[in-house]
Ligand binder design. Structure first.
Ligand code: PLP
Ligand code: ZN
Length: 416
């Protein structure tokens, strides 16, 4: 079994390439590449295969660009819960609101879906070293998957700008971590150049194999909704790979004939790091990058999103939109998710819910829509942001009277 069922296609000039060499951009015009399939299996065959398999990314292996005989590098990623959220739903006026909790993935973010495919592809290509630039979660995930595969891992991070939990993950998994004096965009520029000069496999989301893993979010959502397609899917946007990947997933289900509808894709960016959302809202045809992106949501603190073109297409093709939210709105959404629904997500993830609140309040999203928000990463990634905002718990002497005093409950001795 060796034939490849996929090829790479340029999203700009349409040139097609065999997947037998390492390619990140179109050699003809320099635009982004996408994985395309020569042929999709029949819907009945897919459904039959899925019946026998667990809910992980590899449940969908016929729709992934990996040869049948390749040993898969996996940590059991995917299969995250799609939580119905009635309490949050009431607050925003939606009866059918769901939050997909990607923090349940092995390293705590959706990046694992991309890395299981990307690192398996690195093995297929015979690469021995992998690298990425990262705002945190990409490095945490790549560090784990490369350890699992026995590959050397290099990560470049912006100095002092990644959440504590994420840095800790890269360190414990033994990645070579280098801090770059600059922001994410600059770190990415450096690592791309490095990977062009040396046989090191680049696993940022410019690599189209990663997006193939991430598109499984769409497959899962539809299966978890019993075959229904949501009216809207709301996604936090940084480098803009994930929203593009999820849209690709929905489009494929439609092409295969497993669904009869498509959702509207809604991308949310933080106000201080909103190149795509701001440009689209102004009706511009291209995207004006932001030189010094700033937001508490470090995972989406990106000024020059590599996948902007794919994301703009996803939004336009789906007749969706992009919106911006402030840091205060993000942190309030994080609190609401935690306190109304028991879901602790990191600030970037809460951007989707902050966007939802804004769009329901303004009437753009209607009360009868079925909405899915993607919560991209776990709250424990960034504990400091929480401690900075909430008071330290009070301290008392170890006796019940002290606790009662604090609680303002009087001791009542009921007559028996
Ligand atoms: C990577 C990441 C994002 C942004 O995803 P892009 O594909 O870069 O748009 C959002 N939230 C979290 C938690 C992330 O780790
Ligand atoms: Zn091209």
């Amino acid at each position: 079994m060796d034939g490849e069922n996929h090829y790479l296609k340029c999203i700009g000039c349409g040139c097609e390439y065999e997947p037998d060499e390492v390619l990140y951009l179109c050699p003809t015009c320099g635009d982004l590449l996408a994985v395309e399939y020569r042929e999709f299996p029949k819907p009945s065959n897919l459904k039959e295969a899925w019946r026998r398999r667990d809910r992980t990314v590899w449940r969908y292996r016929e729709l992934l660009p990996i040869r049948k005989d390749t040993p898969i590098i996996t940590l059991g990623e995917g299969g995250t819960t799609l939580n119905r959220c009635p309490r949050l739903g009431r607050l925003v006026g939606l009866d059918r609101l769901y939050v997909k909790n990607e923090g349940e993935n092995p390293t705590g973010s959706f990046k694992d879906r991309g890395m299981t495919v990307g690192v398996t592809r690195a093995i297929e290509l015979g690469m021995e070293r992998v690298a990425c630039a990262s705002t945190g979660n990409t490095s945490a995930s790549l560090a784990a998957y490369s350890s699992r595969a026995g590959l050397e891992c290099l990560v470049l991070i912006p100095s002092g700008k990644i959440a504590f939990g994420k840095l800790v993950q890269a360190v414990i998994h033994g990645a070579r971590v280098i801090q770059v004096r600059g922001n994410f965009d600059e770190a990415l520029r450096v690592v791309r150049e490095l990977c062009n000069r040396h046989p090191i496999y680049l696993l940022n989301s410019v690599n189209p194999y990663r997006l193939e893993g991430q598109k499984t979010i769409a497959y899962e959502v539809v299966e978890q909704l019993g075959g229904l397609v949501p009216d809207r899917v709301i996604v936090p946007v940084g480098n803009a790979g994930n929203i593009s990947a999820i849209w690709k997933g929905f489009r494929e289900l439609y092409e295969i004939g497993l669904t009869g509808e498509l959702p509207q894709m809604v991308g949310i960016q933080a106000e201080g790091a909103s190149p795509i959302a701001s440009s689209l809202k102004r009706g511009m045809e291209t995207v004006k990058f932001v030189d010094e992106p700033e937001t508490v949501a470090t995972a989406i603190r990106i000024g020059s999103p590599v996948n902007w073109k794919k994301a703009v297409r996803a939004v336009k093709e789906s007749r969706g939109l992009m919106e911006t939210v402030s840091d205060d709105e993000i942190l309030e959404a994080q609190r609401l998710l935690a306190q109304l629904e028991g879901l602790f997500v990191e600030p970037a993830s809460a951007a989707s819910v902050a966007g939802l609140r804004k769009l329901t309040a303004s009437g753009v999203i209607d009360g009868d829509e079925l909405v899915v928000c993607i919560a991209t990463g776990h709250g424990l990634k960034d504990p400091n942001i929480v401690l900075e905002r909430f008071p330290t718990p009070v301290e008392v002497d170890p006796d019940v009277d002290s606790v009662e005093r604090i609680l303002g409950i009087k001791t009542v001795r009921a007559a028996r």
